[in-house]
Design a binder for this molecule. Structure first.
Ligand code: SAM
Length: 232
């Protein structure tokens, strides 16, 4: 009952932990984790009443209500106990970053974040780096022709940076993914090529506009295209 994308997310949940799934929607991820006997307890957080009701119904139907608590609330405010792992999947990177930013006090006991941004991965990598979370794993999943990224981060206690000794700036690697690049992930080049194609389309449309004001934007895109071509 779980999508390939969420199956991949589930792989990063260690055995025997308490997991909060924020923006749980249908609640399927935690039910799957419960059925795999991976979690000791789960909190499904949902902002909206419709998905919150759906998740509650699904958890009851599958008989996991003693293990999974379904709570309605904004972001990390639903958490008021020690949680080992927080999952936030299927939203934009900027929204995920803002949920983490607003809930920083709730992150103190958390050992691992498993994040799956649909877009805006760069915004999320930047937030993690600036708030001392170290990327420990990065994955790309392809489902229905769409590439999804999964970022796994842990508190950066040793203080080393994932962004050292890379051929381009940190800003560029917020987009590319330092670990995806280091491990030469087989889907990284196809994903970058697709994003280059989109950038080129935008650039050509801007060129047709022939306005002075867009020149800077075109130069910016050209630099990004050049840099990406260099790492492909
Ligand atoms: N996590 C699921 C997945 O990956 O399939 C659901 C993704 S769904 C597109 C995003 C869910 O996040 C929606 O159900 C929405 O109601 C919820 N959501 C959006 N903003 C939220 C917030 N600030 N706090 C909690 N849930 C939120």
């Amino acid at each position: 009952f779980l999508s390939k994308r969420l199956m991949e997310v589930a792989k990063f949940v260690p055995q025997g932990v308490c997991v909060a799934d924020i923006g749980a929607d249908h609640g399927k991820l935690l039910v799957y984790l419960a059925e795999q006997k991976k979690i000791t307890s789960g909190i499904a957080g949902e902002l909206n009443r419709g998905p919150w009701k759906n998740a509650s119904a699904f958890v009851h139907k599958t008989g996991h209500q003693s293990l999974i608590d379904v709570r309605q609330g904004n972001g990390l405010e639903v958490i008021d106990e020690k949680v080992d792992v927080i999952v936030i999947a299927g939203m934009g990177g900027a929204l995920i970053a803002s949920i983490l930013e607003d809930g920083q006090a709730k992150l103190k006991s958390t050992r691992r974040l498993i994040l799956q941004p649909n877009i805006g991965e760069n915004r999320l990598r930047k937030w993690l780096e600036e708030h001392h979370w170290e990327l420990v794993e990065e994955e790309i999943v392809q489902e229905d022709g769409i590439y999804y990224e999964i970022l796994v981060a842990e508190p950066n206690v040793k203080g080393h940076s994932t962004y050292d000794q890379l051929p381009l700036s940190k800003e560029r690697f917020y987009q590319i993914g330092p670990l995806l690049w280091k491990k030469k992930h087989p889907l990284l080049v196809p994903k970058l090529q697709l994003s280059l194609l989109r950038k080129l389309e935008v650039r050509n449309q801007l060129k047709r506009a022939k306005q002075e004001s867009v020149k800077e934007k075109i130069a910016e895109i050209d630099a990004e295209i050049r840099d990406k071509e260099q790492v492909i």
